[in-house]
Design a binder for this molecule. Structure first.
Ligand code: C2E
Ligand code: MG
Ligand code: MG
Length: 723
């Protein structure tokens, strides 16, 4: 037998229209020169002459030739060359004639309008296959026909009227694993076991239907052939009825081929259109699909759908400082951990950057999604070991539940995103359920963010200064610098409105560095002018502290301005101490070694334990004003203040009470030997000029509190030695 595809197939094109000849040649071009060779002749007469001298494997016959019209052309060619497969070419209108041509013995017909390479190639191969299949079945096998049959690359299996295999070509032998010898006489459906690739349902019907006269049945686009050894291969092809020379049904033929490459390519393309290249997780496109279909299914099972929006805290820093390669690996590890927190029916997707969205498709109660959120927070926060780096990130998660927070994918993701921002504002490493007010806030936040980007260049920031008073001596203990933003349209803005936004969008580093320089510069100016200013306190946010250049920035500010480091005090929040304990400690030790003082701001509102305070070089605790406020009311908070004071004494820490507004509060604090106080009772935060005047004149409490000035001047003696 001839080896597969050894020589180009010889096509004799009988066509008088030069334009159509060009068209057909063009359509065959994509197959390359080794597949097909075309000879064209403009008439029956010239075609017959050509055939005397040259070989042809198939005839493509136009039905409007100068020397034979319509069916006459078919009859003449069939009579002259009965063993050559013949395909009729017609214009759109001649379809009736084309069908009649099939009755005359043509193997197939092609309508010129709308013809493409694929259809042309397929028709040629199938026509050859069908024609040749009739021949070996007949008593006399035309050697040329069998040669052709065996040379085509497609698999071809013929069956007789009873449905039993009568012929298998070499390509089909290779594809099915059945030799012609073994297959002969067996049911065609046994040799060609074709099933749907997904459902594995058998396609016997397609084969049976092909029994109808003149019906060519295409195989379903997604079928696989189960080979003799049980493995499977994706195929494409068609089943056609066979007719004997007498025109009566003789059986059927299946022409097919391996299309695993094409199908794999299609699958690959479909996959990459729907997945994130870095993590392999579904992307936004697929996620939207899944959310929407979960939304439509969940009510049937009386379940809810929840969407979790996850954003990593501190990822950008790692990416910027240690490098993108490690950042990428970190994202992959995070992806794997998130996957470990959900069920198989849930979807973990990556939207890009460090943003992930998780779909929980079957939630009993909304609270259940909180359990998953907590699990994810824990999983993400575990240490990562990547290329000899121990890395730490945490996550902030926003949760939105259908239908309350959105009835389609887009709305749910948006709500979860807004909730995630809130989780960031609440101090990160936490989760937050969506609340309707959040979207409004999201719009506001965006405006603020845009304004912040220009605030530095436009010099819209200033510092105000609020004095701290030494409760033992009544003298100035220093000042706290508080940031103010003069917004071009909104007017003065307090830090609580814009600092969280600056933290979230990364601008806090630049703003913080401006504050540090400005506070040191101003303090040094006052000291240089002979004013008494024992310390200047600067607030440092946790995000700022975690920045790569924070430490250098502090010493740079001190160097540039010439301020004595012992005058500078940094106010840190408890969350700074809670996070990344190792790096925190080394930064604090370096600051301490440089002479800088550290205090814990808003003490009591976080989670600081004694062990934290012992571990780090902290000098001062600032009791949050919420506790001070309650001093003169319930006994409970008063006891918090006294507890802090006692604890501070035992740890040798100085205590500053924040937000002191009334003489009663002051009296209580003095009674319990608090060291310093700060609050409206003494002075509101003031612009630099006014504060300088205050420093010069001395801090005098407001009129109503004059009576308490005296005890300030003569404080009760302390027995404890705490400094
Ligand atoms: P904080 O560090 O605890 O600052 C004390 C806040 O309490 C200030 O609010 C101050 O104006 C206010 N305050 C002082 N005495 C009283 C009082 O007697 N009664 C009441 N009700 N309030 C009093 P402000 O200026 O709005 O600052 C709020 C927070 O913003 C600060 O809290 C601090 O955490 C942050 N912040 C301020 N400036 C900066 C800055 O430059 N950088 C950073 N990262 N954060 C800053
Ligand atoms: Mg402060
Ligand atoms: Mg405070």
């Amino acid at each position: 037998m001839t080896s597969v595809g050894r020589e180009p197939l010889q096509i004799l094109l009988i066509e008088d229209n030069a334009g159509d000849v060009r068209l057909l040649r063009e359509l065959l071009k994509p197959y390359g020169p080794n597949r097909y060779e075309v000879a064209d002749r403009p008439s029956i007469q010239s075609a017959l002459e050509h055939l005397l001298a040259a070989r042809a494997d198939i005839i493509l016959l136009d039905l409007g030739l100068p020397d034979a019209a319509g069916l006459d052309a078919v009859r003449r060619m069939r009579t002259a060359r009965p063993r050559l497969p013949l395909v009729v070419l017609t214009g759109m209108d001649d379809e009736d004639i084309a069908l009649a041509a099939l009755k005359e013995g043509a193997q197939d017909y092609l309508i010129k309008a709308g013809l493409d390479s694929r259809i042309l190639g397929r028709t040629l191969r199938f026509a050859i296959g069908r024609h040749a299949a009739e021949t070996p079945m007949a008593a006399a096998v035309d050697p040329l026909a069998e040669d052709t049959l065996n040379s085509i690359g497609d698999g071809l299996v013929c069956a007789d009227l009873a449905g039993n295999v009568s012929f298998v070509n070499p390509a089909a032998e290779a594809l099915t694993g059945w030799s012609w010898k073994d297959a002969a006489g067996r049911p065609m459906t046994e040799v060609l076991h074709v099933v749907d690739a997904g459902t594995r349902v058998s396609f016997r019907d397609t084969m049976d239907r092909a029994g109808a006269p003149r019906r060519v049945a295409q195989l379903h686009p997604n079928v696989v052939l189960i080979r003799r050894d049980g493995t499977d291969v994706p195929i494409e092809g068609s089943v056609a009825p066979l007719e004997g020379r007498d025109g009566r049904p003789a059986g059927k033929v299946l022409v097919f081929r391996d299309n695993s490459l094409a199908r794999a390519r299609v699958q690959q393309m479909a996959h990459s259109a729907q997945h994130d290249a870095l993590t392999g997780l579904p992307n936004r496109v697929l996620l939207n699909d899944r959310i929407n279909s979960a939304i439509s299914i969940a009510p049937r099972h009386r379940k809810k759908v929840a969407v979790l929006f996850i954003d990593l805290d501190g990822f950008k820093q790692i990416n910027d400082t240690i490098g993108h390669a490690i950042g990428d690996k970190l994202l992959q590890s995070v992806a794997a951990r998130l996957l470990g927190c959900v069920r198989g029916s849930d979807t973990v997707s990556r939207l890009g950057g460090d943003e992930f969205v998780v779909l929980l498709s079957e939630v009993e109660r909304p609270e259940d999604s909180a359990i998953t959120a907590r699990r994810m927070l824990e999983a993400v926060a575990e240490t990562y070991s990547i290329d000899h780096h121990d890395l730490h990130v945490t996550a902030s998660i926003g949760v939105a539940v259908c239908p309350d927070d959105g009835i389609n994918a887009e709305a749910l993701i948006k709500s979860a995103d807004a909730a995630m921002y809130q989780a960031k504002e609440n101090g990160r490493h936490g989760y937050q359920f969506y609340k309707p007010a959040m979207n409004l806030r999201a719009v506001e936040r965006q405006e603020v963010e845009e304004g912040l980007r220009q605030a530095l260049e436009r010099e819209e920031f200033t510092l105000h200064f609020q004095p701290k008073v030494n409760l033992h001596t009544g003298e100035s203990a220093g000042a706290e610098a508080l940031l103010r933003w003069e917004h071009p349209t909104r007017g003065p803005m307090l830090p609580s409105l814009f600092v969280p936004v600056a933290e979230a969008c990364g601008l806090i580093q630049q703003i913080g560095s401006w504050v540090m320089h400005e506070a040191c510069r101003q303090a040094q100016t006052w000291v240089g002018a002979g004013l008494r200013l024992p310390s200047i306190a600067v607030n440092v946010s946790a995000v700022e502290f975690a920045g790569a250049h924070f430490l250098d920035g502090v010493f740079e500010a001190l160097n540039d301005t010439g301020l004595d480091p012992r005058t500078l005090e940094l106010e840190l929040t408890e969350s700074v101490l809670m996070k990344h304990a190792e790096s925190t400690n080394s930064i604090l030790q370096a600051l301490n070694a440089g002479g800088v003082q550290m205090s814990i701001d808003d003490f009591g509102t976080g989670y600081s334990s004694l062990s934290y305070l012992r571990k780090f070089p902290i000098h001062t605790l600032k009791i949050d004003q919420s506790f001070v406020r309650e001093i003169t009311l319930a006994g409970n908070d008063a006891s918090i203040v006294t507890t802090v004071l006692n604890m501070a004494q035992s740890l040798n820490l100085r205590v500053v009470a924040e937000g002191v507004e009334t003489p009663e509060e002051l009296a209580f604090l003095q009674l319990h030997r608090c060291d310093e106080a700060q609050g409206y009772y003494f002075s509101r935060p003031l612009p630099a000029l006014q504060f300088a005047r205050l420093l010069h004149d001395g801090i005098v409490p407001t009129m109503a509190a004059r009576q308490y000035v005296r005890p300030l001047e003569r404080p009760p003696a302390r027995h404890a030695s705490a400094s």
